[in-house]
Design a protein around this ligand. Structure first.
Ligand SMILES: C[S@@+](CC[C@H](N)C(=O)[O-])C[C@H]1O[C@@H](n2cnc3c(N)ncnc32)[C@H](O)[C@@H]1O
Length: 525
């Protein structure tokens, strides 16, 4: 409550013509981290002009979430003050959000104030994806300032193209039906996220695979979704192949490649110079004879040359994945050229760190909208806390770990994620209830005992104490997530405490080739 009042006071401090005082208020708001975003968004929507100008400027310092991009886009479209629109454009450019490109392009088509227009152009140049480049190609410059801005923005786009070599051509890629790969067992979380992100009706096609609706913009997928491990495109499918027979299987694969509509149209959905798209052939199941692989590769090479695709197993932009199964054979295209910076906050790791995509999924399944305090008693490098922090700028989070190395790693990662004002990490033993705050959610990826005998011996005590502390410190209505590969031990501990804790949901998650258990618990009162 006090923190919220302080933020409101700081936002009120933006409403001044005293630039030094405004700067101080702004710096304090930035120091508050993402917790300040809702207050700044509110000031941008309803504040007086001085506050709106400052709020637009300050929002540009945050991570490109919807909570930041949407209010800036709105200001760009409707704010009557040119200086606010200009600051909103600069801020959108700083976020680098590809989702802001249509808003910036529309604003540019409308904007009549000559000193706002260069900022819109430069913002598109700062984003510099294919859609931004396409919007810039349409710009008719009217002043020297605009001309200079357009030159810089186009330079930036072509520099990006040079480093990327291959990029989506969004108009063409919208024809594709993308498949999303997700950790098996966590499809529901990925479907929830896709729906929240406005992806329309995704559907589960099998364990670990979702299909996107037609017309999906690939930029919405990576970096837009945190609950997916990757993308696939169905290239073609046919009857089963006899991989024991090199000649027959090569002919069957050649037929799949030839009839593949996505491969025939690859130049319409990928932007790249001639000869620049490189591929690698992958065959599953693994372990086929070398002779068969050679025959398959030779068939693919011959056909793919006509699609302007170059075989390059050591450096490639797409993978052609042949899945040969008993009932059918399917050829997928797996894009590998997309830079994935979603988890770039992971500067340091601990042994047994959770896969960040799994963490992103799990936190969605336990969060509840009114939560104020989330606690991870065995936080390791902080992945669960960071992913939970990204979901909600209002919540406070605490992490505990007995290992100093883990505490250092978690603090480093929290800093890199820009969440220091939300997440506090401390050293301590989770067995000891004195380290536990009262909390609305518990997220715990428990150690599972493969590292040392000493730790193995103390695991039953730790598991029991964690459950006991959950019953003491979890607020009524709160939920706890326990995630561990030692399913047997946790199952036994939960049976012993079945009068105190209720299992709301139990999931089996496949991660890194291991079946890991996830329990969502509530406390029986
Ligand atoms: C599976 S790892 C957690 C990994 C974490 N989710 C991540 O992504 O980095 C379990 C962690 O529990 C910590 N741990 C083990 N015993 C503990 C105890 N008694 N109290 C607190 N932490 C403990 C270990 O140091 C380790 O960092």
């Amino acid at each position: 409550m006090t923190a919220r009042r302080n933020l409101a006071d700081l936002v009120a401090g933006l409403e001044t013509e005293d630039l030094q005082a405004q700067k101080r208020a702004g710096e304090m708001l930035l120091a508050a981290g993402v917790a300040a975003v809702p207050s700044l968004a509110q000031a941008l929507r309803t504040g007086p002009p001085a506050s709106r100008k400052a709020a637009a400027y300050l929002l540009g310092a945050f991570h490109s979430s919807d909570a930041v991009v949407a209010p800036l886009g709105r200001a760009l479209a409707v704010d009557p003050e040119p200086k606010v629109r200009k600051n909103a454009a600069v801020a959108l450019g700083k976020t680098g959000a590809v989702t802001a490109v249509p808003t910036l392009a529309a604003a540019l088509a409308r904007e009549g104030v000559s000193w706002v227009r260069p900022s819109l152009i430069l913002a598109l140049g700062a984003i510099a994806d294919e859609a931004a480049a396409a919007a810039l190609d349409q710009v008719q410059v009217t002043t020297d300032l605009e001309k200079e801005a357009l030159r810089k923005a186009l330079d930036r786009c072509s520099a990006q193209r040079r480093t990327r070599r291959v990029a989506w051509r969004v108009d063409g890629a919208r024809q594709l039906r993308f498949l999303l790969t997700v950790p098996p067992g966590l499809e529901r979380a990925a479907l929830l996220e896709a729906a929240e992100r406005g992806l329309g009706r995704c559907e589960q096609v099998e364990a670990g695979r979702l299909r996107c609706p037609p017309g999906t913009d690939p930029h919405q997928l990576i970096p837009g979704l945190r609950c997916i491990t990757g993308l696939l495109i169905e290239a073609a499918s046919g009857p089963p192949m006899d991989l024991a027979n090199p000649t027959e299987s090569a002919a069957a694969l050649a037929a799949l490649v030839t009839e593949s509509v996505p491969l025939q149209h690859i130049r319409q959905w990928l932007a790249a110079e001639a000869g620049a798209v490189k591929y690698r052939l992958v065959v599953t199941p693994k372990g086929i004879r070398r002779e068969t692989f050679r025959a398959l590769l030779s068939a693919v090479r011959e056909r793919c040359a006509s699609f302007d695709l170059v075989d390059s197993p050591s450096g490639y932009d797409i993978q052609l994945v042949l899945r040969a199964e008993a009932g059918s054979s399917i050829l997928f295209i797996r894009p590998s050229f997309v830079a994935d910076t979603r988890f770039a906050y992971r500067h340091r790791d601990v042994g047994a760190a959770i896969n960040p995509v799994v963490a992103a999924c799990l936190v969605r399944l336990v969060r509840s909208p009114g939560s104020q305090m989330v606690f991870d008693p065995t936080c390791g490098s902080g992945t669960l806390l960071i992913e939970r922090g990204f979901l909600d700028g209002q919540v406070q989070l605490g992490g505990l770990d007995v290992s100093r190395t883990a505490v250092g790693a978690a603090r480093r990662n929290v800093h890199a994620a820009g969440l220091t004002s939300q997440i506090a990490i401390n050293a301590g033993n989770a067995v000891d209830g004195d380290h536990w705050p009262r909390c609305d959610e518990v997220l715990a990826n428990l150690p599972f005992g493969l590292r040392s005998r000493r730790r193995d011996r103390s695991l039953p005590q730790l598991y029991g104490a964690v459950i006991q502390n959950i019953t003491r410190y979890l607020e009524p209505g709160g939920q706890a997530l326990l995630y561990t590969a030692n399913r047997k031990l946790l199952g036994q501990c939960l049976v012993q405490r079945r009068r105190q804790v209720a299992v709301k949901e139990r999931l089996l998650v496949q991660s890194g080739g291991v079946n890991v258990g996830a329990w969502i618990l509530t406390v029986a009162r």
